[in-house]
Each structure stands twice: as structure tokens, then as C-alpha cells.
Design a binder for this molecule. Sequence first.
Ligand code: NAD
Length: 477
Amino acid sequence: MTEIYIDGAWRKAASGETIPVYEPATGGRFAQIAAGGAADIDAAVAAARAAFEGAWGRTTATERGRLLTELSRRIAAEAEELAQIEARDTGKPMKQARADIGALVRYFEYYGGAADKLHGEAIPYLNGYNVAVVNEPYGVTGHIIPWNYPAQMFGRTLAPALAAGNATVIKPAEDACLSIVRLAALAHEAGFPPGAINLVTGLGEEAGAALAAHPGVDFISFTGSPEVGVLVQKAAAEHYAPCVLELGGKSPQIVFDDADLDAAIPIIIAAIVQNGGQTCSAGSRVLVQEGVYDALVGRLAERFKDLRVGSPDMDLDCGPLISADQKRRVEGFVEGALRDGVPLIACGSVAEGADANGYYVAPALFGPAPRDNLIACEEVFGPVLVVLPFRDEADAVALANATDYGLIAAVWTRDGARQQRMPRLLRCGQVFVNCYGAGGGVELPFGGVGKSGHGREKGFHAIEEFCRTKTIVHHFG
Ligand code: NAD
């Protein structure tokens, strides 16, 4: 059984309760985590506050950068073991788990290097005045994260918050958090002082809700579903804490008649099968101009038929989904589309030898779908791709912007002017032209519009997001 980590020490949950952990590849129970609750969150927030007002709050940016860099080295040294934990806990293929740990190393490396590069500003003002704008950490930051990329999310949310000088409390998802338990131990060994990083595992409605509502938390970073994001933001508003919300997506791949299909097709496929489609920035809609519709869809169908799903060790295109609930949810979307008469163009298969009790779902390619069909507008969070035809550029923009989400998008075209025009017209936080990066790019500011959330993570912007500015005015004569 794993424990929670508060003030530099491991302990059981105050309630003594635990939560079972199931292995997605077999459906079997294989671990237990501590069921932290409001009392544990109280203790974690108090420890973070004491750290912020104590040793951690006095560290220089350079010292924080060195600690982050040291943690990146320790993660790199244990990369294979961490990837094994992540693959078993989430079900993802080993190659995906290894790539995730590589990205995690990059997060700590990047923010380790960035910590002492955050400068303030000097503002010209009246004669006889000096004005400085300095960046200050919020104090105690709360981090609530989902199950799809636990290890990567640990780096994405904590590294910039720590680089900025905040003391942190993280509440990972109950479905998958074993890598994070190990990462907290590695952070301890790397030398982070007690209270700088606190980890409380537990249920969302208990530990997560208590963290969002805690008046001692100065800033909340939430990644997860839009529904819970709204609850978290409301709870944070009760104690005037700002939030960054990274929610879901229904990101379009927009393919024009003049696109290089040889380049586009493998990337379109990878962007939906990556992590079994359980990626907020999965490319889950393909918008295709009418002239190339048959050619593109025919070739995508050929590829889909060959896609295979299996256990992490089989290391195929997709692993099982995270849970029995998620499997039911994805199958519900597939059945709904079939009931509504949306053509199923092609589907992949579950490999022979995959455990019948695992949470496997075969990849499915649907289309053409009515534009208002659920499968065309709502996030499935599984290996399901939908194809929608469009007429011209204006129609493509209208269709791309027609969902409530706005996370990322790709534009595939050889027309140089269109390559410049399209990104400005799309309502989302990242646009890729003739390429795509689902979840990729530690250096690239990332975040949503509308139902995909607000605020930015990744890149240098994330350190700024975890700071507030203070304006200091000196009068000297
Ligand atoms: P979820 O919202 O159910 O859970 C996310 C986290 O919130 C978990 O830690 C959970 O325990 C916690 N939680 C649940 N109820 C809570 C409550 N009432 N108060 C406080 N915390 C609570 O989401 P999920 O099902 O774990 O993840 C899937 C969703 O996350 C998808 O919609 C996906 O698109 C989104 N996601 C977004 C990004 C992004 O960066 N935009 C990244 C990954 C996942």
C-alpha cells in the first residue's frame, strides 16, 4: 500500500482508508493507495505554508533551478523502472510510457534552466521616480491532475510552480498515480526541503474537492474534465484564488485539397491512437475538403484496419483504456453513432492474447458524420476518429470552430498564404501547420479557449502563470 507525503515524511491517510488500484490490461486489482481526505489536505496545506514562509521561501532562483535539474537527473537514471510503473498503472504501451518519462525529464530540465531567467521590468514614469515590476510566487499552489499522463503531468504542473518559488500540494487521479508516489520519493532524495512538495492521493470528491476549497491555497492548477473544472473554479472563487484550467478538446485536423497526404496520414493516425485516444489534444476530428475526401478516407481506412490493441508489453498501436468506466463511456459513443446511422468506415482489432477482462476497445473510424452528431462535437477520449467533409476555406473555419472546445488544431495545405491565414482564424490555443503535436513540446505554451479551459501551461509562460506581479514605485527627488 502506498502512503501520502506531507512535510517531507510518509504517512497513512488520517482516515486509515485505502483505494484499490486496477490493472487496465487484466482488470485485476494489483495495488492500494491511501485515501487522503480533508484532514490530510489541511495538513499538506499547512506544511506548504510553513515551507513557503521558511526554508523553501528563502531559496534563490538559482538554488531552485539546481534542485529541479537534480530531480531531472534522478528521473533519467530511473527512467525504465518509472516507465514500467506507468505502463502497468495506466495500460499504455511501453513505447508510450518511455516517451512520457522522456518528456518528464525534459520538464524538470527545462524549468531547472528557466528558474533564474524570470526577470521583472523597469517602467519609465514621472521624473524622479523608479518603477519596478517584480514577479512573486503566489505562495501555496494546489495541483489536481488526471490519469492519462500522470508522470508527465507531475512535471508539467509542478516544475514551473516550483521554479517560480511556490510550495505545492498535488492531488493526482485515483485511477493512476503510482508513478507520482515514486516521483515524490525521488524529489525528496534530490533535496527538496520538507513542505515544498506535498502529495495527497485520494478520491476527487474528497481530497480534490477539499484542496480546491481550501482557503489556504493561493492558486489552483486543474487538468481534467470540463465538468469538474467548473466545480474547481467555483470552489476556488469562494476564497478568491485564481485558476488555470486545462480541460478537454475535440481538436481538428483540417486537410485541404492541396495537402501532402503522404505526410499527413501517418500523423493523423498517430494523433488519435496515441495513448488510446485518451489525450486532451488528440486529433479526434478530420475535416477534409471535398476534392480529396475519397482519397484521404480510403487511405485512412486501410491504416485503421491494421491498428491493433494489446497489453503494455505487447507494445502495439494502443493499450487498454484506463478503467471499466472509461471503456463503457467510449463504447457508448460508438453505439450512439451506429444508432444514429453514422457510417463506420473501418475498425482495428484487439490482439489475440489480450486478457478478456482488460479494458480493450478497438479503434474506430466514422464518417461522414452529421456536423451536430455527438461523435462530431463531443470529446470521446478513446481511439475513435470522425471524418467530416467541407467545401472551402470559410466552411473549414466554421466547422473547425463549431464545437464548444478549442484546444489545438492542424492545417494541412501547400498554399503559403493559407498557411498564414488559417491559424489566425481558428479559435484555439495552438495551431500546427503541416505537422501536429498531441501533448508534445515542453517548450510550447499550451492551453485552451472556451470549454477547453483557460490559462497557459508549458514553455516560459507557465512560470509567469504561477507568479503574480508586484509594482514597486520609488520616489527619489
Ligand atoms: P476528471 O475531471 O474526472 O478528474 C481529474 C482530476 O480531478 C482527478 O484527480 C480527480 O480525482 C479530480 N476530481 C474529480 N472530482 C473532483 C471534484 N469534485 N473536486 C476536485 N477534484 C475532483 O477527469 P478525468 O476523467 O480524470 O480526465 C479526463 C479529462 O481530462 C478529459 O476531459 C481530458 O480531455 C482532460 N484532460 C485535459 C488535459 C489538458 O491539458 N487540457 C490533459 C489531460 C486530460
